[in-house]
Write a protein that binds this ligand. Structure first.
Ligand SMILES: [Fe+2]
Ligand SMILES: [Fe+2]
Length: 283
């Protein structure tokens, strides 16, 4: 077994603060589209991560591998903490004028519908698929200085770096649970098709609706500039799109791309005594 398969996953005690007036209205470097898009993604996390936890926990008793059992505990702890921290950010974003409360509610309704409609195994496959999206986006952020520069120097940047780190750390857990309980490749790949089209659609529509409620977006030059700059976004580079598509290959595993160096590099940078998150860690 390789290092990545036996990696210890554990939740960290950490907290982020968004004091009133601490963030600009367009907190992603003044960029309209990115500010609304990140707000939308943030509003899907608390309910989305609850859904991931429920899907994985459903099968927790069937896991016999002691390493995976421990990783599941760490996964649950990390996702619960992410949900809590995104809820706090969403409350601040709501006060700043973003429709995060509405989007949290819509996400909850959509996921409850999924749970009523699909089997627990398909819900687990959906979790593994969405975890692939988050892991690829997370590793694009951690591995690309252009992506980090895009986030400026706010508390939101610090929070997203922490979230990205832990997503990369636990990226294979839901996938391994799916495999361990006998999930087929066929179901995994079909579910990814379903998830990728609905996920992309919901991001585009919800970001557009969110912009629609923002007066600043009625400045055509500013809006056009922001939309135009998306094509140079580090998150839609061909390499990123290629990595998303790897999931469609039969035999794919999240650890096919080694992230050991990436995590080893960021560990002291974020969580070390003098790391970027030293003040946020509860020791
Ligand atoms: Fe998460
Ligand atoms: Fe995750």
């Amino acid at each position: 077994m390789t290092d990545t398969h036996t990696r210890a996953v554990r939740a960290r005690r950490i907290h982020f603060d968004y004091p009133e007036g601490g963030l600009d209205r367009h907190y992603v470097q003044g960029d309209l589209v990115m500010s609304h898009l990140v707000a939308y993604l943030s509003s899907t996390f608390p309910e989305g991560e609850d859904f991931f936890v429920r899907s994985v926990r459903h099968y927790a008793d069937q896991i016999t591998d002691p390493v995976l059992k421990e990783q599941v505990k760490g996964f649950v702890g990390q996702e619960v903490t992410h949900g809590r921290e995104h809820t706090a950010l969403n409350a601040r974003l709501q006060q700043m004028g973003y429709p995060t409360r509405l989007n949290e509610r819509l996400t909850r309704m959509a996921l409850r519908w999924d749970e009523r409609t699909f089997s627990p195994l398909t819900c687990l496959a959906m979790t593994a698929a969405l975890e692939h999206f988050t892991a690829v986006l997370a590793e694009s952020l951690l591995g690309d200085e252009d992506a980090q520069a895009l986030l400026g120097a706010t508390e939101v940047r610090k929070m997203l770096l922490w979230h990205a780190y832990e997503e990369s750390e636990h990226r294979a857990v839901a996938f391994d649970v799916y495999r361990a309980v006998g999930g087929s490749e066929r179901r995994r790949i079909w579910t990814m098709r379903l998830v990728s089209s609905t996920f992309a659609g919901s991001v585009v529509i919800s970001t557009a609706l969110s912009l629609f409620r923002d007066r600043a977006a009625y400045n055509p030059v500013r809006l056009a500039r922001s939309v135009w700059s998306l094509r140079r976004s580090p998150f839609v580079k061909p390499a990123v799109r290629r990595r998303i598509r790897q999931y469609f290959t039969v035999g794919f595993h999240p650890n096919d791309v080694d992230n050991t160096d990436l995590l080893n590099r960021w560990q002291p940078e974020l969580f070390g005594e003098t790391g970027q998150l030293a003040a946020n860690m509860r020791r």
